[in-house]
Design a binder for this molecule. Structure first.
Ligand SMILES: [Zn+2]
Length: 347
């Protein structure tokens, strides 16, 4: 039972061991790298890669499962962890009932929720596949995510000068007020067409009787166009400069790209292949962009053409997370059709 194995990012070992033992039983050759990513392969010829992540965004320790009609839910004390155990379950269940052996690579990654730490550790030579599917989008079955933005991490440090808050406050430079002046000028989250921005963490201060000497702000910029992020970052830096002008304060501004965007053209043969295999099952394929990163970003950056598929999980990253049995069955039926088509060589 995958749901019973707690696997927050960095603690995927027990779940990985269970997945590995199922894969061995199915005749896969297994490799596990030092981070814990599992790469499994089976069959001869040009493989298709299937990918899902082992970690959950937070702990599911003490998870109680509740069945409500067609839905599997958490009893409410933790997330369900269907992101992405539903993806893993669909892959394993499909393989267990598949009556042919198409050439396959399976990739089960660790620490996806920490910014795709696991898949980022892969080298181009680690994978043979040219095409692949990530089963990890919190969208209805049939959703094909063919585009996602890249992301840059921002670290902004505003330096003031500490002083006693009452005895000699005039000697201080209040980094908190400087941060407030900067934050007051911030642009809206939708920075420009196809780009978003967020400062999600603010840290600073040492004591209530000390003028705040330093504030650290952490954030992110995402954009479909990779070249946009440095441009947007320098606009933010310009705002910071003007907020600090004449204050005596200074700053450090660091923008580091975390991963690149991807775009698989809507008429790419991989997408045509998906549409062709979905049609007999009356699954409506909805090809669209999604404003979130996944292992699909990293795999595309490694040169594998990969889309992220909706697996029917709803309410990801919340205690209300749920997935319907019928959605998982539908996805599994589609995956069966995909793998049979791959095996019989009609791709
Ligand atoms: Zn996920």
């Amino acid at each position: 039972m995958l749901a019973a194995k707690n696997s927050p990012s960095g603690e995927e070992g027990a779940l990985a061991a269970e997945v590995a033992s199922v894969l061995k039983g199915l005749g896969f050759a297994l490799k596990q790298d030092c981070l814990g990513n599992i790469i499994a392969s089976r069959g001869q010829g040009d493989p298709l890669i299937l990918c899902a992540h082992l970690d959950t965004v937070e702990s599911t320790e003490g998870l109680g499962i509740k069945i409500e009609g067609d839905y599997i839910k958490s009893s409410g004390n933790t997330i369900l962890g269907a992101d992405d155990k539903a993806g893993i379950a669909i892959i394993l269940a499909t393989l267990e009932t598949l009556d042919c052996q198409p050439p396959l690579e399976l990739l089960f990654t660790v620490q996806e929720e920490k910014g795709m730490v696991g898949s980022k550790a892969l080298e181009p030579g680690d994978l043979k596949a040219k095409w692949g599917l990530v089963l990890d989008a919190g969208e209805p079955v049939g959703a094909v995510i063919n585009q996602a933005p890249g992301e840059a991490n921002l670290e902004i440090i505003i330096y003031g000068r500490g002083a006693h808050a009452a005895a000699n406050f005039q000697d201080g430079i209040d980094a908190l007020r400087l941060a407030a002046a900067f934050i007051h000028q911030l642009p809206p989250p939708a920075l420009s067409e196809g780009a978003t921005f967020n400062l999600g963490i603010i840290q600073g201060g040492v004591a209530t009787n000390t003028i705040c000497p330093q504030v650290r702000l952490l954030g992110e910029i995402r954009s479909f166009e990779d070249a946009r992020r440095p441009v947007l970052a320098s606009q933010l830096e310009g705002l910071l400069q003007s907020a600090l002008a004449g204050s005596g304060g200074s700053y450090g501004f660091h923008c580091r790209d975390s991963y690149s965007s991807y775009l698989v053209a809507a008429d790419h043969p991989l997408i045509q292949f998906l549409k062709r295999t979905a049609a007999p099952l009356h699954i409506e394929v909805d090809v669209h962009a999604r404003f979130a990163g996944s292992d699909a970003n990293i795999l595309n950056n490694l040169g594998v053409t990969v889309v992220n598929l909706g697996i029917g999980v709803e309410g990801n990253h919340s205690f209300e997370e749920r997935v319907s049995v019928s959605a998982m069955e539908k996805m599994s039926a589609w995956l069966q059709a995909i793998l049979k088509d791959w095996y019989y060589g009609r791709h």
